[in-house]
Design a protein around this ligand. Sequence first.
Ligand code: BG6
Ligand code: MG
Length: 216
Amino acid sequence: MSLKACIYDLDGVITDTAKYHYESWKWVSDQLEYNLTEKQNQKLKGVGRKESLDKILKWSGARISEAKKQNLLTQKNKMYLKYIDTMTPEEIFPGFNEFNKKTKEEGIKVAIGSSSRNAIRIIDKLDLVLDFHAIVDGGMTPNSKPEPDIFLLAAEKLSIDPSECLVIEDSQAGLTAAKKAGMKSILYGEDKGLKGASLQIDNWLQASLEKFKNLY
Ligand code: BG6
Ligand code: MG
């Protein structure tokens, strides 16, 4: 067995969109007269849009109609897209492009596996559309992370067995999804006690492809 594919999460692994999600969810929470904390926002990482609103509703104890829910989801996304549309390739985390290039040069396939339905729009803003062999977003599978569907579809598109795919993730939902898919994973970013990863890296400048390959 050897490392044949890297499947990157997008939000929080290639660029920082969490701050834009947070601003938008804070607005939603204000509408519910609820104060969303940064710590709670951490728990929304990797979780789909609808499922995130369900969590906020649970925390706030607010009970609202299905129509109001739909309306809040639409408003939230509108606000979020206003931030996204200002993004430029300068917001790609330092060292990612170099790592991705080296990985491809070694014959390892690369894909995106994101819960976001806006993934392609973000990748386009970052000018990365042509840099992956496959892109799977939150609109392409019935279940979002922590279910394995997104990563399994990425492996299928790459024609690589899941056991030879490595996931790079910043969220618990994503690490759990990788495990359920039968894939090893790397935790990207600060170690906040998330579980399931084989290795942790602080940033791309620290990433060693050799170390990743040695996991297989
Ligand atoms: C994930 C983010 O990548 O995508 C979550 O970490 C977000 O915070 C989810 O809720 C869905 O994103 P979108 O863009 O479809 O609202
Ligand atoms: Mg993420």
